[in-house]
Structure formats: C-alpha cells, structure tokens
Design a protein around this ligand. Structure first.
Ligand code: B12
Ligand code: SF4
Length: 476
C-alpha cells in the first residue's frame, strides 16, 4: 500500500483526534481506521491539531475543518476519540457535525465515554457511545448501519431508539493478532513527518493502582507480535524520516526476553529511534540480566519510572505494590546501565498529608543524591473517571476545586504551571502547592528536570510534547 495515500478516496467513516492531542499520531483512532481499511471499509483520520493550535481552538475553526471534510467525503459516520481533558472540545466537534449534516451518525469513544457513557449518550448530538476496545465494535457497527439493521446485537455500545437509551452488554476483548500495524498513510503525510509517533507492544497493565483506570479499561495485559512495532519503527524512519519517539506501554519488563528480542531486532535492522527515546516502566519491573545490556546501542536512552511517592503509607493506599526499599533497589539496578532514569511522582493521593509528603521528599533527595535517579517530575493526584475515587469522592475526603474537565490537564492550558484539581480533608491545595514547590527546588538543586520540562526562568513557555518534538527534530 502506498503510505502517502492520505485521502485518495472518499472515506465513509471519519475518526477525529481532538486538537488537545497536539501533533501526536494518536494510536486509538489510527488503530481503528487501520483495522477498518484492512477489512475493506474506507476510513480516514482527521487530527484537528493539523489545523489549529491548542491555544486557538474555537468552534469556528472546528467548523471550517469539518465542513471541508464532510464536503470532500460525504461520510456516513463521524467518531471522536475522547479523554476527560478534551471532552468539552469533543462535544463541540460532534455538535458541529450534526449541525452541518444531521444524517451523519455521530460516535463518541475512548476512556472518558467508556466510564461516563450515560452522560455522553444523553447529549442530543451523540448517536452512539462505544465503550472500551473499539476495533471489532466499530466494524460490526458500520456493517449494521450499512445494512440498515438494528444495533441490539452489538456488544459494548449505548445507542438511542424511540427516545430510549439502550446499553448493550460489555464486549469481550479481541484477538490482538488480528490488528494490522498502524497505517500512518491514513494521516496527512506532513502531520506524521512534522509530528511525533509512539509505539505500543501491548494493551493493558498487570497492576491495579488505585489512581489509574487502565486495568479496569483493558482488563489485564495482552501483547502484540513484536513484528508490529518493528514494522512501525521502520516505516516512521524510512517513509516519514520521523523516528519513533517512545514506547508508551503501561509497563515494559526491562531486561525480559521479549524486550531483549526487541533490542536485538533494533540493532540488527539498524533502526534509528528518536534522540530522547523513552520507555515507561515501574521500579519492580527491571530484571537485572543480559537483557539490560542488550539495550546498549539501541538508542533507548530514557527510562520513565512510576515512583509516585516515598511514603510507605501512601504507596499502600495506592495499591502500588512497591515500597521505598524496592524503589531504591530498582533505581540502583538501572544506574549500572548508561540510561537516564526519570521518576514520576504524585502529590495529594488519598492518604497523603504534609507529613507523608516529607517522607516522599526524603526519598526523592536520597535517590538524586546517590545518583540512583537522574531526573524527576511531579504532578498532582487527579480522581479520574473509572477509579474508585471518582465514584466516591466523599468517602475518600476529596473535594474538587476545578470542576471544569478542561482543567484536568497538567500542561497545555496553564503553560506548564500545574495546579491541583482537588484537595483532601487534611491536605489542602495550598499545602500541596508548598510541597510541589519544595520538590521543584530539590529537583533544580540537582538539575534534575526531565527533557520535557522548562528550564528555570522560562516558565512561560508552553511545555508540551510539541516543545519536546521541536528539540528532538532539531537534533535529528
Ligand atoms: C500516548 C498517550 C497520550 C498522548 C496521546 C493521547 C491520546 N488521545 O491517545 C498525549 C501525549 C497527547 C496524551 C496527553 C494527555 N494524556 Co495521555 N495517555 C497516553 C497513553 C500512554 C496511551 C494512549 C494510547 O495510545 N492508548 C492505546 C489506544 C489503542 O487506546 P485508546 O486511545 O484508548 O483507543 C481505544 C479505545 O479507547 C477505543 N476508542 C478510542 N477512541 C475512540 C473513538 C471511537 C469513535 C471509537 C468507536 C472507539 C474509540 O478504541 C481504541 C482502540 O481499541 C494513555 C495510557 C494508556 N495506556 O492508554 C494515557 C492517557 C490516555 N492519558 C491520560 C492523561 C491524563 C493525559 C493528559 C491529561 C496529560 C496532561 N497533559 O495533562 C493529556 C490530555 C490531552 C488531551 N487530549 O486532552 C490518561 C487519561 C485519563 C482520562 N480519563 O482522560 C491516560 C489513560 C493515562 C492514565 N492512566 O491516567 N496522552
Ligand atoms: S499506574 Fe501504571 S502500573 Fe499502575 S495500574 Fe496504571 S498503568 Fe499499571
């Protein structure tokens, strides 16, 4: 297939990535469209960030893009992929679609509508909500819509019929080996070239941290064949001259046989990766073995670790299954290899307090001082939909301070400045901010800001992966 074939024919199903995603080739919509195309159903992806910056999003700009897309393709269905932070824009997108052509069937899918399906289907301009994994549901849905039959037999959706909302049973997960590698040709060529693309070798997570809904969403871990990510890495490098920037699996077992195999393939095939290439993992998922040595020479240089806190009490509350001791030993293992370790930390999880945050900062200082950790990044706890905290805020003493979903975004809108969206009984937002500031001071004392963070004195610069990408591209 010609990878440069963006929109050569009319696309009956258009999938939209909202502008908040920036110049990121988001895998949700791309996987859906690649699956549909491979099944012979013409599908296209419209990344709205190709036409507007996050700072300039407006209904008028969205309408201008959508009216062109609708005129050129005359689609049957338009779907949008929705996170919590971009829900407001996703609503605008589907409202405008209906205004432009009321016959278009509008779909909302992604993590936010999966957990708040009743809210989303209640919107007058949303026809169908798709819950959970989308590929097989969407294909069945399009085939049913084409045949003009009912939708009752399709699992994993909410739809409207005679003024009633029907919620079909949850769908079981699909067989990942049926999914083709992502077809980046379904995105505009320049978008992929100028933007950034990440890879994934699996779906789901083996852990079940309280603050994260990924396990509830994906229900355990499934792996893709290794050939899939290799194919994507090679396509991005050779066709787009835009090497992959990261592996965004929830957790990768560094040093495992599977990961070593990937490393060996990267070296054997001489695949070039983005200069700040990173993988995400946990401190207890590092296997000190030959596999770790195999990473040498691959171009994987950053390991991002979900550390969260140094407080044993809060780690327990998080069901993180780690302790300060395992965190230290995991970081120590990494130190032996020529890798930059970047710890992600959180302030304000239920159970946290001024006293517990002191323990957290103690561990941070220890890790940085010993050189066990190279960089660190702090964010505030957010009670995401799909977690127990969202479902029962009162029980956990959570008080929401920023009810607007659009504020549930740590980066783009505040130009890098992070603010808590909630506070706890016994740990106020002001106190959290004090600890955030203290953490930042420690980080700066050790020059330990990760590559995507602004340097001190440049706080006004909007920090996003675009900033990262510019710096990456400058060095490619
Ligand atoms: C890469 C990534 C990003 C990328 C791309 C985001 C994106 N929209 O894909 C970028 C850097 C832009 C990003 C930004 C943010 N992210 Co992010 N990100 C991820 C990550 C690590 C992987 C996403 C991914 O590719 N998943 C794999 C694909 C295949 O799954 P999927 O997108 O869910 O799509 C499937 C289904 O949901 C469904 N589906 C999805 N859309 C649609 C649409 C239709 C029509 C249909 C039918 C089906 C359907 O079908 C798809 C295929 O099965 C996830 C964690 C994770 N493991 O999912 C966090 C995650 C999505 N991010 C999260 C967060 C919090 C953020 C930020 C708020 C962080 C910040 N900056 O403050 C921002 C929000 C930006 C915004 N859009 O407003 C949370 C979202 C929580 C929530 N309730 O919204 C997650 C779940 C991490 C977590 N556990 O907390 N992120
Ligand atoms: S926070 Fe990370 S390790 Fe914990 S459940 Fe979520 S993805 Fe898994």
């Amino acid at each position: 297939m010609n990878p440069l074939n963006s929109f050569p024919k009319k696309k009956k199903c258009i999938l939209i990535s909202p502008p908040e995603n920036g110049k990121c080739s988001t895998r949700g919509v791309l996987s859906l469209a690649s699956f549909l195309e491979a099944a012979g159903y013409p599908a296209g992806v419209v990344p709205l960030a190709d036409s507007m910056r996050v700072e300039d999003i407006s209904p008028e700009k969205i309408e201008a893009v959508l009216s062109d897309v609708i005129r050129e393709n005359d689609p049957t269905v338009i779907g949008v992929s929705c996170l919590t932070a971009d829900y407001h824009t996703c609503k605008d997108i589907l409202r405008i679609c209906k205004q432009l052509n009321e016959n278009i069937v509008t779909l909302m899918g992604g993590i936010h509508p999966t957990f708040l399906d009743q809210d989303c289907i209640a919107l007058p301009f949303v026809d169908i909500v798709v819950r959970g994994e989308g590929e097989w549901t969407l294909l069945e849905l399009l085939s049913a819509l084409e045949k003009g039959g009912g939708l009752h037999h399709i699992n994993g959706i909410n739809f409207k019929e005679n003024g009633q909302v029907i919620r079909t049973p949850d769908r079981s997960l699909g067989n990942l080996s049926e999914l083709p590698p992502l077809n980046f040709g379904l995105l505009p060529y320049e978008f992929v070239k100028e933007g950034y693309s990440y890879g994934m070798m699996s779906r789901g997570c083996a852990f079940n941290c309280t603050f994260c809904a990924d396990n509830r969403f994906w229900k355990g871990v499934r792996r893709f064949p290794l050939s899939r990510i290799i194919h994507e890495m090679e396509t991005l490098e050779h066709v787009y001259k835009s090497p992959m920037v990261a592996i965004e699996d929830n957790m990768v077992y560094l040093g495992s046989e599977q990961f070593s195999e990937l490393c060996r393939e990267i070296k054997q095939r001489k695949i070039r990766l983005g200069p700040q290439f990173y993988v995400l993992t946990r401190t207890d998922c590092i296997i000190d073995s030959q596999g770790m040595k195999d990473m040498e020479g691959t171009g994987i240089c950053n390991v991002v670790l979900g550390i969260e806190t140094g407080s044993p009490k809060v780690l327990k509350m998080m069901n993180k299954k780690t302790s300060p001791e395992t965190i230290i030993s995991g970081c120590e293992k990494l130190m032996k290899y020529d890798l930059v370790s970047i710890g992600l930390w959180m302030i304000g999880h239920p159970g946290d307090s001024a006293e517990e945050s002191e323990h957290s900062l103690e561990l941070l200082r220890h890790l940085l001082d010993k050189g066990f950790l190279s960089k660190a990044n702090f964010s505030y706890f957010t009670p995401w939909p799909g977690t127990r905290f969202f479902e029962d805020m009162e029980k956990y003493g959570i008080e929401i301070l920023k009810p607007e979903w659009s504020n549930w975004n740590f980066r783009s809108k505040t130009g890098g400045k992070r603010e808590p969206v909630c506070q706890l009984k016994g740990f106020s937002a002001e106190e959290m901010e004090v600890y955030y500031k203290k953490a930042q001071e420690i980080i700066d004392q050790y020059s330990a800001r990760p590559f995507w963070e602004p340097v001190p004195g440049a706080e006004k610069v909007s920090v996003s992966f675009e900033t990262y990408n510019k710096s990456v591209k400058a060095t490619v």
